[in-house]
Design a protein around this ligand. Structure first.
Ligand code: 1GP
Length: 254
């Protein structure tokens, strides 16, 4: 099971790395190139989905990943239309930073029977949208107000409430293509207050930013846009994950 694997890696202090694939943006040839780089870089997961998909490539994209590598595929759905039985699991995302009932529970009611029929492992995820310095597709489409990025205490209380409600993962996201990534102070504040795994994404475009986010307390980083532009970034982020894991282990030994 994917979630128990995430928990085991977290317990071993092993930082994890997910590559986000937007099926709209990838031609077949590019998808194979990303898969090759991901295998070499030992990426932990592929997330597939997005706030707005305009093509019908989801199944095609996931089945090609599954045919060509063993990296688990998790759906990262922006709507109940993004369900595929070819995936290994689905992030069942509730937008807990917003006050839009559709994104909190409405769309879930619509999606639930389809997810059950697809027999997908379901990982309930508290999604916290953080101000990215400019509007993002997710802030616009979710009709929700992101948490100001200089208010870590709001993110902490939101994450705490999500954990208390039984959500299995907390995801701090600045949104795809964010100008500003989630600040390290916010990541560390949330990390100190929850015990479920913490995912962070949005605007991570260098090994340094990845290392900063891991060191602040992210267990899993999600990177999309920057990898589409530069596949070799996968290797850099994997190295950042390794380095942050090593530092953590050493700090426990001393
Ligand atoms: C979006 O956090 C993910 O939800 C990835 O963001 O595309 O900016 O890496 P980027």
């Amino acid at each position: 099971m994917i979630y128990s694997d995430i928990i085991s890696k977290k317990q071993e202090e092993k930082k994890q790395f997910a590559v986000l694939i937007d099926p709209d943006k990838l031609e077949e040839k590019l998808l194979f190139q990303i898969i090759d780089h991901a295998v070499i870089s030992k990426v932990d997961f592929f997330f597939v989905g997005g706030s707005l998909l305009t093509s019908n490539n989801l199944d095609f994209c996931i089945s090609n990943i599954k045919k060509n590598c063993d990296i688990p595929v998790l759906l990262f759905p922006g709507s109940p239309m993004q369900i595929s039985s070819h995936a290994d699991a689905i992030l069942f995302i509730s937008l807990i930073s917003g006050r839009n009932p559709e994104a909190l529970i409405g769309q879930h009611v619509i999606a639930a029977p389809y997810i059950k029929r697809a027999n997908l492992e379901t990982i309930s995820t508290g999604y916290i949208l953080v101000d990215a310095g400019k509007p993002t597709t997710v802030s616009y489409l979710s009709n929700s107000f992101p948490i100001p990025n200089d208010k870590p205490e709001i993110a902490v209380c939101t994450a705490l409430a999500g954990e208390m409600l039984g959500l299995k993962l907390i995801y701090l996201d600045a949104g795809s293509g964010a100008k500003n990534a989630v600040p390290p102070e916010m990541i560390s504040g949330v990390r100190k207050n929850i015990s479920v795994p913490l995912m962070v994404g949005g605007g991570i475009n260098s090994g340094e930013k990845a290392l900063e986010a891991y060191r602040a307390g992210a267990d899993i980083l999600v990177v999309g846009n920057a990898i589409e532009k530069n596949y070799s970034l996968m290797k850099e982020i994997s190295l950042a994950a390794k380095s942050a894991s090593q530092t953590l282990k050493e700090s426990y030994q001393n």
